[in-house]
Write a protein that binds this ligand. Structure first.
Ligand code: HEC
Ligand code: HEC
Ligand code: HEC
Length: 132
């Protein structure tokens, strides 16, 4: 059965989760996260772009990574075709962190600011060198 109540509750919880990091940081709004895209791989791109448009990545990268994990581990599919038709290897380490090899100055910079602590790197390797 279609359960509208549950969906609305879900949306409210989602909205709360999404706005919480921002509200939480309102008192400290003077310091913006300083995201660096200056890595060897990104520097060499003629048109600097992510696997999907920036606004989508900013809002949806957690969901995208979740989908990637399900695709790779449940469906056995290791290839992602982006909305623009580009093909990427489904890999947190070899794709995301190949370009964003400066994890500390990019992923962590934003997560620390937002008070988010993804547990992925308990298992997944991260770049040894923190390229500036
Ligand atoms: C081919 C290189 C490349 C790959 C692979 C890549 N990114 Fe990106 N990413 C970029 C570039 C370049 C930008 C900046 C895009 C822009 O300014 O339009 C970016 C932007 C982003 C943003 C938005 C940052 C902001 O300022 O809002 C996030 C979040 C992000 N990437 C996460 C990821 C994740 C997670 C993955 C793996 C699923 C990934 N990226 C894979 C190059 C890459
Ligand atoms: C523009 C800021 C920003 C950047 C850059 C960014 N993240 Fe995030 N990330 C967030 C926010 C905010 C959340 C929490 C969202 C939520 O809980 O709905 C998050 C959540 C996540 C989660 C889900 C955590 C969980 O426990 O569910 C993963 C995984 C993640 N990010 C990986 C990455 C990786 C890998 C990179 C770098 C390639 C990256 N993020 C870069 C802001 C960012
Ligand atoms: C308990 C250990 C563990 C944790 C924690 C963990 N993973 Fe994984 N992950 C694995 C293992 C093992 C594989 C399978 C490796 C393979 O087959 O390539 C995997 C595979 C993946 C893949 C597909 C293959 C690849 O190389 O990336 C993605 C995407 C992924 N995980 C994302 C995540 C994200 C995002 C998080 C955090 C929200 C996370 N994982 C947390 C152990 C873990």
């Amino acid at each position: 059965m279609y359960n509208g109540g549950k969906i609305i509750l879900g949306l409210a919880v989602f909205a709360g989760l999404v706005t919480f990091p921002f509200l939480y940081n309102i008192g400290q709004a003077d310091r913006q996260p300083d995201l660096k895209l200056d890595t060897p791989v990104i520097r060499q791109m003629a048109v600097k772009h992510c696997v999907e448009p920036k606004a989508f990545m900013r809002a949806e990268h957690m969901q995208l990574l979740n989908d990637w994990r399900n695709e790779a581990l449940r469906q056995g599919n290791r290839e992602y075709v982006s909305s623009t038709g580009e093909k990427y290897n489904i890999s947190l380490q070899n794709t995301c962190l190949h370009c964003h090899s400066n994890k500390k100055k990019f992923c962590d910079e934003c997560h620390n600011y937002m008070a988010v602590h993804p547990y992925c790197f308990d298992c997944h390797l991260q770049p040894k060198e923190n390229v500036q």
